[in-house]
Design a protein around this ligand. Sequence first.
Ligand code: HEC
Length: 200
Amino acid sequence: MRSSLALAVVLCLAGTTCTRPSNTREARDFERMRRQQRYDAYDVSRFFPNGATMQVPPAHTESRGPVVGRGNASADGAAQYIVSCAPCHGAGGFGGGPMAPNLGDVRPPSLRSARIASMPPATLVAVITNGFGRMPPLGWQLLPAARAAIGAYVQTLGTSPETPTTRADSAMASRLRALDSLSAAGGTVGQILELHKSDR
Ligand code: HEC
């Protein structure tokens, strides 16, 4: 801890890493994550009984590496979609996943459009692999077969059955759209808070 502080001071004096955190939201979020309490690899842990930060993975789990597809392609696509895409694009593809409220600059779009349903599969796989604009690349964590299965599933989202989670996704997506157009139209903080309340 002390040595890393010393290193930070040295780098700071050398003028390499010492940047004043700007006032943007992104910079504040980054600072919050950078300063939060955490264990580094090989640290002593007060949480686990054996005192080690790095734990042996529980039986029948994998510690890391690609999510390997199992079973038939379409079932895989749905399951992998929930893990890799739904946090942003929502369980039903409406664009109201649990991360979406935090992505105020560029919201995850709905994946239920005719344009996406008719996209060449290779284009969709390329988006998943390399990312797209503000969407991060996911090729590093998904095998090619999983990417293809997800792509195929995404193109059927428009016909997927409604469930409580897809309804929550849809409701969140329309709330965010309303919020975004209100802010774009110069809505006051009061109006925006009112909109939040009206949905609860
Ligand atoms: C961290 C949030 C996040 C995750 C996870 C994510 N996306 Fe996205 N996605 C976005 C955002 C944000 C955009 C809009 C990017 C932009 O316009 O700059 C986007 C855009 C897209 C687009 C639109 C491309 C176009 O041509 O308009 C597709 C298709 C897409 N994502 C599919 C997926 C699939 C499939 C997955 C899962 C494998 C996934 N995304 C995972 C945030 C995410």
